[in-house]
Design a protein around this ligand. Structure first.
Ligand SMILES: [Zn+2]
Length: 453
């Protein structure tokens, strides 16, 4: 995506050791019990009232009625009375800033920016991030998080982008696929600008090498071919609007029905990112965006990039000057039809990106998913159980059941009644490490002061 690079590549190399020491929770016992809590397990629509969930190290080991559960004295007890326990959520189209500096990188791309971004995700209940643009050194960062050296959500990472600038021929594309698969990236990221022959070479090599690919749909490829080629995720609902806009009236709905059926048949996963796209195409209320409270947690230079985008909207390849609102409405209609048809939707926002502050942006996306007809259960499912299903060959997580990774959010009110309740949480657990609301608020305040001095 043309404008992501300048935004992401745009801040000072200030290493700060105060934020997020790796040992923040290491003195805590590795046994936790959430007691008397209402569990929303997400393996069914059940609500388990007055349960106890015990976590040992990074795994859930017990989910049972509180009246029947014994707790050993070494256990740290978290009182869940009148609260709701939910699996941690996922950002399925997120970005992790580069962890290694290279020439021409803006000054704010420093160690602090990486760590604060990881923490912002976590602070909002995001315990898994599928990073959608790889940088050198990121696999090392992932390893350090996953072994507990650094604090952050569980990471699954796409390698460096396949696009019109990085791919020069089908043969070179094949080599690049093999190289990324060998390096250990979790998937390949597709961006605009690839020729049909290059895309076909990527798809074919990826299938035989056993690595998935996802992201955008290059114009030369088109949505129908991308679906049939086995692209695993189509992010931003990319390619659907440009395909449908070639049809009018009732014919458009017929074509939509067909393409939704095809999407379902080929088991393609969709990461809608509706809130971001409203901003990109010019359908958002920019005054409201600029007043978002969470903007105090990002570097000023990043915010300035966002404001510049709005000021120069007409220069964006994605801006729709004629019919921005109609475009946004069509995107919502597509999401609605996909959801009705049972297409698998994944929660995602493309943070950090235009006014999409990591973590906080998920809570800007949820109302749009609801507006498109998704129920609170379906919305939560798109960020929990579905994500576990998507990564089922790697790890067990996404539900509150025995043996699953202990990624949890403790919420004050029932999110199945009102999805916005998720924001109001008492703490987040990632890989069995507990961050209470108090600790989260303290660290958020540190981040705010760092960027606003
Ligand atoms: Zn992105």
């Amino acid at each position: 995506m043309k404008f992501i690079l300048p935004l992401l590549l745009s801040c000072s190399f200030l290493a700060d050791s105060l934020l997020l020491p790796a040992t923040a929770t290491s003195s805590q016992p590795s046994l936790f019990a959430f007691t008397n809590v209402n569990v929303i397990p997400m393996n069914s629509e059940a609500l388990l009232k007055n349960y106890t969930v015990i976590v040992r190290d990074d795994k859930i080991i017990t989910v049972s009625p509180s009246s029947e559960t014994e707790i050993s004295s070494a256990t740290q007890v978290i009182d869940g009375s009148d609260k709701y326990l939910l699996p941690g959520l996922a950002e399925m189209h997120g970005h992790i800033p580069p962890s290694k500096r290279t020439a021409n990188m803006p000054a704010y791309f420093d160690d602090y920016y990486v760590k604060s971004t990881l923490f912002l995700y976590l602070s909002a209940g995001i315990t898994t991030v599928r990073g959608m643009l790889g940088y050198p050194g990121q696999l090392e960062l992932k390893k350090r998080i996953n072994n507990g050296e650094l604090i952050g959500p569980n990471l699954y990472l796409a390698g460096p982008s396949f696009n019109g600038n990085t791919v020069s021929s089908p043969d070179q594309a094949k080599e690049r696929v093999i190289q990324q698969q060998k390096e250990g990236w979790d998937l390949l990221k597709i961006h605009p600008g690839l020729t049909l022959a290059e895309y076909n070479a990527i798809a074919e090599t990826a299938h035989s090498a056993g690595i998935t690919f996802g992201g955008h749909v290059p114009q030369d490829v088109g949505i129908v071919h991308a679906i049939k080629s086995g692209q695993k995720t189509i992010d931003h609902i990319d390619g659907y609007v440009s395909y449908l806009e070639t049809f009018e009236g009732p014919e458009q709905q017929t074509k939509l029905d067909e393409i939704v059926r095809l999407t379902k048949k080929h088991d393609v996963w969709i990461v809608p990112t509706q809130a971001l796209w409203k901003t990109i195409i010019g359908a958002a209320d920019y005054e409201t965006l600029q007043e978002y409270e969470e903007l105090k947690y990002i570097p000023e230079a990043v915010l300035n990039n966002y404001i510049n985008y709005v000021d120069n909207l007409e220069n964006s390849a994605y801006y729709d000057p004629v019919n921005a609102q109609g475009h946004a409405d069509l995107r919502q209609h597509i999401l609605s039809e996909m959801n009705k048809a049972g297409v698998k939707i994944l929660m995602g926002t493309d943070a950090p990106q235009l006014f999409s502050v990591p973590g906080f942006s998920i809570h800007r996306e949820l109302p749009l998913m609801e507006e498109a007809g998704m129920t609170p259960y379906q919305i939560i499912e798109s960020g929990t159980r579905r994500v576990g299903e998507y990564f089922s060959s790697r790890d067990n997580f996404g539900t509150i059941t025995v043996g699953e990774r202990a990624d949890l959010i403790l919420i004050n009110h029932n999110p199945l009644e009102d999805i916005s309740h998720i924001k109001n949480h008492e703490g987040v657990m990632v890989q069995g490490r507990w961050f209470s609301r108090k600790i989260i608020n303290k660290k958020l305040n540190e981040i705010k002061s760092y960027y606003n001095e």
